[in-house]
Design a protein around this ligand. Structure first.
Ligand SMILES: [Zn+2]
Length: 189
């Protein structure tokens, strides 16, 4: 039987692909009560598109997901299969980084108003597996990589009515500083 509701899985798929007509997108936004299972349908659509078996728990960006590993871990994973380790550690630490520091390098990407390279640098983060650009940031020189989002995965699943079996407040902790501190200790050793 075909599902001809506005929130059918097919429409969610078209929404993800950017192919849903704008009027329908507006209609979705204006729905007085949202479908209870919309989040799960969305995750199903995403899961069908990747070639790896790990369960997607959340989407971080066009390419990145939080997934559940068989051993109980939760890691950040690119759609190409590249893994960035524990999702509580900023995935940017596992990227290839192109840093623009000179005026000439900055002007290659800022053609109208360019930031001043005396004060800031432009960092581009690329996936080591597929070379997709995963992020760009303009930050003071030497500033730590911005951790764009640490989702409260447990809370989102609980809100959707299907709490995760391994829910634990420790999943919602930024562990980035612990990783860089461990690197510093290795250097000292
Ligand atoms: Zn990738």
């Amino acid at each position: 039987m075909t599902d001809d509701r506005l929130t059918s899985k097919e429409n969610i798929r078209r929404l993800v692909d950017g192919e849903l007509p704008l009027e329908m997108v507006h209609e979705l936004v204006r729905m007085p009560s949202k479908d209870e299972d919309r989040f799960w349908k969305y995750l199903e659509v995403l899961q069908e598109r990747v070639e790896w078996p790990e369960r997607i728990l959340a989407r971080l960006s066009d390419h990145l997901y939080v997934v559940a590993k068989e051993d109980g871990g939760r890691v950040t994973k690119c759609d190409c299969g590249q893994e960035f380790g524990d999702y509580r550690v900023n995935w940017k630490l596992g990227c290839l980084v192109h840093c623009r520091r000179s005026e000439e390098q900055v002007r290659e990407v800022f053609t109208v108003v360019a930031p001043d390279p005396d004060y800031v640098e432009v960092r581009e983060y690329y996936c080591p597996g597929c070379q997709s650009q995963l992020g760009v940031e303009v930050v003071p020189v030497g500033y730590p990589p911005l951790f764009e989002v640490l989702p409260d995965v447990d809370a989102v699943h609980e809100l959707g009515g299907r709490p995760l079996a391994d829910a634990d407040p420790e999943w919602f902790e930024d562990r980035t500083a612990a990783r860089t501190a461990a690197w510093a200790r290795e250097e000292d050793a």
